[in-house]
Each structure stands twice: as structure tokens, then as C-alpha cells.
Ligand binder design. Structure first.
Ligand code: NAD
Length: 436
């Protein structure tokens, strides 16, 4: 099938390449000329495991191309829209400027029977508004929210755990749902749940899934706060409650909390939309979820300060990690980078290292010092803080090796991912989050 993908960022570039990899003919379209130039050369413009391979393969096969010219969308049967929906400047609501602009630019190139499939995360009610604009062309708008996890995006796109499509009522909607079934044929053939619903439900499935995940993380971080004043160990607590199948251990890792380009802005946009709908109180708890999350960053900073006898001024602090999570170079609202910036603000000589995210981090925070080599970052540091759970830090950095690099013996584990006993045995003062 011929497909177009409007917006080639973390979602769209992966979607375009993944759709080509399952046999479709795909054109990726973006207003960012640099991104398109890179993608056209077959070079992934960001780090995402497996993307480079399917990009190279797609371009070599002739099925995958990229352009800044939206007219290239003409002739495609399905047009996916995956442009950004960031937090509005000065507010909590989602900024829909890019979605509106993308749809407007697409309208002249649509033909009757085409399907426009929104993938961006949008406030409930958006699809119904956009459908009115699209309907004049004879095309059908559907909402097909995306659940990919950065770091696993290729796999999640080709083999998702569920597919959700919000469609208009009647034969038009049924036909559009059938078209999307064909697009996702390998997943559908293997029995992946394919949920056809209305616009509002499809939009809400996405934001409620993110709200739930954020709540689960902040729940365990709230328990970490209680553990800190009682001497309990939140990691053991999470293991113990996680054995209950109704609860489950996933997303119960206490630490410096969530970040990235989705969860923080999505829960805020959900609150803002609920307020507009007169149901603010229904999701008031999301404000608390947000507040708990942000407090954990401050707690990690405080642990470093306390461990260095009350002052970090002039001390060298090695910050292991900048990306908001491992296997990604994404630093949008990264808790790791936020901790680094706060320590820098207190006068510490902060040196940040990360296997993939240094270029992005430097663009955002040029005031920090960066060191690509992990060992050079740790050398002569007074304290080491692990804030992104890369294997390079969690599994591959032995306390004995760290001891050979510095006389500092303070390690703060912002992700509760290090072997506390091993670090203590090697003579380090180990500080976890919500652990004695
Ligand atoms: P991103 O910033 O990486 O990518 C957005 C892209 O859209 C950019 O390349 C930008 O240049 C392009 N763009 C903006 N206006 C355009 C226009 N008028 N025409 C063509 N291109 C345009 O953002 P992202 O992380 O890919 O997220 C995109 C959407 O997907 C958001 O709504 C996000 O919430 C949602 N989402 C993202 C993820 C994720 O893991 N990144 C997962 C699920 C859902």
C-alpha cells in the first residue's frame, strides 16, 4: 500500500521506516530540511536501536523516501500524522499548532477514499474537530494513537501489543478500519488485539495509559519518601508488592522519576483538558503525581549535597547519564539532565557523560561540562551519581574499577540500579532513593 507519514521525529521516522520494512511504499514528510536530508541519505537523525538498519534497508529497496514537499503525499492511501504536540508555552495544555498546520498542508493533496490517520497524542475532542476539516475532501479521518516506547520503538511499531483505531460511525468508519487492518497486516495476522472504537475513546486510551504509568511511578516514589523517614527499603517493598499479580513489579522502580517527551506533558495536557470539560477534579491526582515526580529530582540533589558534607561548591560531581532513559538519546524533560543542572546551579563542577545523548544535552545545556568517556568523567570526582540506567553504568561499572579512578568514595544511585552491597564492600558510601 502507498502511505505517507507527516512528521518524521521520534515517532514518525520510525513509523515510516517500519511500514516500509513490512512491505509498504512510504514517503516521509517533514518541515525540518536537515532531518529530511539526513533521512534521505539513509542516516538516522537520532539514536533508536534498530532504526538505522530498517532505514538503510528501506531506502535500498526503493520503497522508502523522504521529502519536505507535502505534495508528495498525493496518491497515498493512508496518511499518518505524527507531528509534535508539546506543552504550550505558559500553560499546561497541548499546543496543537503543528497538528493543525500539518492537516491544513495535507488537505489539497487528499483524494476521496483516502484515510488520514492521526498518531500524535492529542486532547480528547481534537479528532472530531479535525474530521470536519478533512471531510470536505472525501477522505476519512481516524485516530490511531501510538504506544511505542523509545528504546524499543522499532519492535513496538512492527509488533505492538495492541492497535487502537478511533473511527467515525457507519460504513465510512468501517471501511477506514479495514484499511488500517491491511496496513498493519503482519500484526493483525498474528492475532494482535485490534480495537475499533470512536474518536474520544481512542484519544483517551492514549492519555489514560500514560496517566496510569505516571501514577504507578509516582506511587512507588511516594513510598520511597515514606521509606526515607522510616528506615524502610522501597526496593524490597516494590519486590514484595510486585509479587501480587494485580499489582505487578513493572514500573515500580523508585528513583528520580519519569521524564521525556511524553509522560510529563501528556499528564499536564490531560489535566488541562479535563478542566476545560468541567471535570478537573476527576484527574486532580495527576497534579500530585507530577509534584511527587519533580520532588524526587530535588531529593537526589540533596543526597549528593548531604554526602559531601553540606556543600557541593567547587566539588567535582560525575553525572552518569543525560538521556531520560537508557537506549535513547532523547533529553526532552530528562530528570537526569535536570539533576545535573541543579547541581551545577549549586556551584558543583558537574561533568556529564552518556553513551548517546551528549550532543542533544549540550545543545540544551551548554553551561555543563560533557565527557564522552565514562572513566574520564569519573576520574577525580568527589561524588558519582547514576541518573540514567545504561548498562555501561549499572552492569559494567565495577566499584573496584571506579575506585581506581578517584579517591572520592560517594556514589548516589538515582535509579536504584547499582549493587549497593558491592559498592559498600568496596569502601564507597552508597546512597539510594528510598533505601537506608
Ligand atoms: P518530535 O518532535 O520528535 O517530532 C515531531 C516532528 O514533526 C518534527 O520532526 C517536526 O519537524 C515535525 N513537524 C512539525 N510540524 C510539521 C508540519 N506542519 N509538517 C510536517 N512535519 C512537521 O516528536 P515525537 O516524539 O516524534 O512525537 C510526535 C507525537 O507523537 C507527539 O504527539 C507525541 O506525544 C506522540 N508520541 C510520541 C512517542 C515517543 O515515544 N516519542 C510515543 C507515542 C506518541
Amino acid at each position: 500500500m502507498r502511505l505517507s507519514v507527516i512528521g518524521c521525529g521520534y515517532l514518525g521516522a520510525v513509523h515510516a521506516a517500519a511500514m516500509a520494512s513490512i512491505g509498504h511504499e512510504v514517503v516521509g514528510i517533514d518541515v525540518d530540511a536537515n532531518k529530511i536530508a539526513s533521512l534521505s541519505r539513509g542516516e538516522a537523525p537520532f539514536f533508536e536501536p534498530g532504526l538505522q538498519e530498517i532505514l538503510t534497508e528501506g531506502i535500498a529497496s526503493g520503497r522508502l523516501s523522504f521529502t519536505t514537499d507535502v505534495a508528495a503525499a498525493a496518491g497515498a492511501t493512508v496518511h499518518f500524522v505524527g507531528v509534535g504536540t508539546p506543552q504550550q508555552a505558559g500553560g499546561y495544555a497541548a499546543d496543537l499548532t503543528y497538528v493543525n498546520a500539518a492537516i491544513d498542508s495535507l488537505l489539497p493533496h487528499l483524494a476521496p477514499g483516502d484515510v488520514v490517520a492521526g498518531k500524535s497524542t492529542v486532547p480528547v475532542g481534537t479528532a472530531a474537530d479535525l474530521a470536519r476539516r478533512v471531510s470536505g475532501t472525501g477522505a476519512t479521518l481516524v485516530w490511531n494513537p501510538e504506544f511505542l516506547r523509545e528504546g524499543w520503538a522499532v519492535q513496538d511499531t512492527i509488533d505492538p501489543d495492541r492497535l487502537v483505531v478511533g473511527v467515525p460511525a457507519g460504513a465510512e468508519g468501517e471501511h477506514a478500519a479495514e484499511t488500517l487492518r491491511e496496513v498493519y497486516h503482519p500484526a493483525v495476522a498474528k492475532g494482535t488485539p485490534f480495537i475499533v472504537t470512536d474518536y474520544a475513546t481512542a484519544e483517551l486510551v492514549k492519555v489514560s495509559a500514560n496517566a496510569f504509568l505516571a501514577t504507578k511511578i509516582s506511587f512507588i516514589n511516594a513510598m520511597a519518601e515514606i521509606a526515607e523517614v522510616t528506615g524502610a527499603d522501597v526496593t524490597q517493598l516494590a519486590d514484595a508488592i510486585g509479587h501480587d499479580a494485580r499489582i505487578g513489579r513493572k514500573f515500580l522502580g523508585a528513583g528520580i522519576g519519569f521524564g521525556g517527551g511524553c509522560l510529563p506533558k501528556d499528564i499536564r495536557a490531560f489535566s488541562a483538558r479535563a478542566e476545560e470539560l468541567g471535570r478537573g477534579e476527576s484527574v486532580n491526582f495527576l497534579r500530585e503525581v507530577d509534584a511527587i515526580n519533580l520532588r524526587r529530582r530535588e531529593r537526589a540533589v540533596q543526597l549528593v549535597v548531604d554526602a559531601l558534607d553540606g556543600a557541593v561548591f567547587g566539588k567535582k560531581v560525575a553525572v552518569l547519564g543525560a538521556a531520560f532513559k537508557p537506549h535513547s538519546d532523547d533529553v526532552r524533560d530528562s530528570p537526569a539532565l535536570d539533576v545535573a543542572v541543579r547541581l551545577h546551579g549549586l556551584g558543583a563542577h558537574v561533568v556529564v557523560t552518556d553513551p548517546q545523548a551528549i550532543d542533544n544535552a549540550r545543545r540544551l545545556h551548554p553551561q555543563l561540562a560533557y565527557e564522552a568517556d565514562r572513566d574520564a568523567a569519573i576520574r577525580d570526582a568527589d561524588a558519582v551519581i547514576m541518573v540514567t540506567e545504561w548498562d555501561e553504568y549499572r552492569r559494567e561499572l565495577s566499584p573496584a574499577h571506579a575506585s581506581s579512578l578517584t579517591h572520592g568514595r560517594v556514589v548516589v544511585d538515582g535509579r536504584n540500579g547499582l549493587d549497593a552491597a558491592a559498592w559498600r564492600d568496596a569502601g564507597w558510601s552508597y546512597y539510594g532513593m528510598g533505601r537506608p
